[in-house]
Design a protein around this ligand. Structure first.
Ligand code: MLT
Length: 238
């Protein structure tokens, strides 16, 4: 049962995602946490997004979960205000900055998004979803709607912010709160190895690998993700 003693949980979406990314977590965890979804559509840098979240957060201290770009922002929040974070969950993300090849691919995607944004979103889909979920027309349609409703200006702004992110590897050892690292076994954008290195660097953290799952674990395997998040939240409530 939700009481005033339950923690606040702030969920941070990824690239051209909004609260629909976290719809199953918002519903499934509503009895154990005060859940809200942060808005990452305004900032021009990851640092600006992080300070926006801290300024608008519903409580002085809260649990924080970020998926992909949301994870990059969560790691920046851990640098800006670690004392405000009760527990951290990093889903389908990375502590590393872009490689030169990733930067080139991002520039090409930005250029393509200027003239044909819909084709960018279509080409991104098989990288985001496990092949079995590519067959789920309703899910593919919802992810497409989410990206189209946020639009190419948001996509371009977020891609530039992502491209400019700093290396978070050196600050991982400073994270001291209960930390869950989770990824889809077949995450093609941020593969398992990137998560294993975060777990090695963050003392006492745990790794959860979700089968039959790509990059968008919160949508692809909501029940298993909710179970992992509930166990992680129990570390700050029990
Ligand atoms: C995301 O889902 O937020 C992006 O794929 C992250 C990225 O491109 O690095």
């Amino acid at each position: 049962m939700l009481t005033t003693q339950c923690p606040h949980l702030v969920l941070l979406p990824g690239l051209v995602n909004d609260s629909r990314l976290w719809q199953h977590q918002a519903a499934g965890l509503a009895n154990i946490a005060h859940v809200s979804v942060g808005d990452l559509t305004k900032g021009h840098t990851i640092a600006e997004m992080a300070s926006d979240i801290l300024a608008s957060a519903p409580a002085p201290q809260f649990a924080l979960a970020g998926l992909s770009m949301g994870g990059y922002v969560a790691l920046e929040i851990m640098r800006q205000a670690p004392e405000r974070i009760l527990a951290l969950a990093l889903l389908d993300t990375s502590a590393r900055p872009d490689t030169p090849i990733a930067l080139e691919n991002r520039s090409a995607a930005i250029e393509q998004a200027e003239s044909n944004y819909q084709s960018v979103i279509k080409e991104l889909m098989p990288k985001q979803l496990h092949p079995i979920h590519m067959e789920d027309a309703e899910l593919v349609g919802m992810i497409t709607d989410m990206a189209m409703s946020l639009g190419n200006k948001t996509f371009i702004r977020q891609q530039r912010a992502i491209a400019g992110r700093i290396d978070s590897i050196p600050s991982l050892s400073l994270i001291k709160c209960p930390t869950l690292v989770l990824c889809g076994r077949d995450d093609a954008i941020t593969p398992i190895g990137l998560h294993q290195e975060m777990v090695t660097a963050i003392e006492g953290s745990g790794l959860s690998i979700i089968d039959d799952c790509g990059h968008l674990s919160a949508l692809e395997q909501p029940a298993r993700v909710n179970e992992a998040l509930a166990q992680w939240l129990a570390k700050i409530t029990s």
